[in-house]
Design a protein. Structure first.
Length: 212
């Protein structure tokens, strides 16, 4: 059951990513493919969905490979769950109201921001072993977020392009952008702590059931 579930949503995830990439390239004919590709991979949504798709794919197609073992580990899957939950929540409350995608764009948008977050969290809840996470783990998980923030500032300064309105230093100023980023960082940590709390609760339950 777990392998079938992972396989189905791995396909959904890759389809959504490929569809969104195609729409990005075809929808901006005035820009070069290289620039569009760099911008595409500069969205945290895209990076998180790539991680989720990899974490669903590798244990199915190559469970004994280094990538398969890495992506099947409890810590990696919990971190990806944290990332993609934040993607869904931030999109819904900060971004969904400022644009109205239609057609294929609507499909790609809903798959990336709603379907895949829900699907991956369900995979983590029901199919990932529990009870090994530590309270300090979310601090480690936000390191990639810090790196992403640094990249976003550097890329934006050099190109004048910003992936999200709350990262636009040109319009908001560096101080306000850093305030938004700090708030998001705190939110990541809160979600990460909730993930650890759920993991430890389920782990205690599973140990009780095993010893009963």
């Amino acid at each position: 059951m777990a392998r079938l579930y992972s396989a189905v949503f791995a396909c959904v995830g890759w389809f959504a990513l490929i569809l969104q990439y195609g729409l990005t390239i075809s929808g901006n004919p005035h820009m070069g493919a290289g620039e569009l590709t760099l911008n595409f991979f500069s969205y945290f949504t895209i990076l998180s969905n790539i991680l989720a798709a990899l974490a669903l794919t590798a244990p199915v197609v190559a469970p004994n490979s280094r990538l398969g073992r890495w992506s099947a580990s409890e810590g990696v899957r919990a971190a990806v769950a944290m990332f993609i939950v934040v993607v869904g929540v931030v999109y819904h409350f900060l971004l969904a109201g400022i644009w109205a995608p239609q057609g294929w764009s609507l499909l790609a948008n809903n798959l990336l921001h709603y379907v895949m977050p829900a699907a991956f969290v369900a995979d983590w809840l029901f199919f990932t072993p529990k009870g090994r996470l530590r309270w300090i783990d979310p601090v480690k998980w936000v390191v990639p977020v810090l790196i992403y923030g640094g990249w976003t500032l550097l890329h934006g300064k050099l190109s004048g392009w910003w992936p999200y309105w709350f990262t636009d230093v040109g319009k908001l100023g560096l101080g306000k952008v850093m305030l938004y980023f700090t708030g998001l960082l705190v939110f990541f940590l809160i979600v990460g702590l909730i993930v650890v709390a759920v993991d430890r609760t389920f782990g205690r339950r599973d140990r009780r059931l095993a010893s009963a």
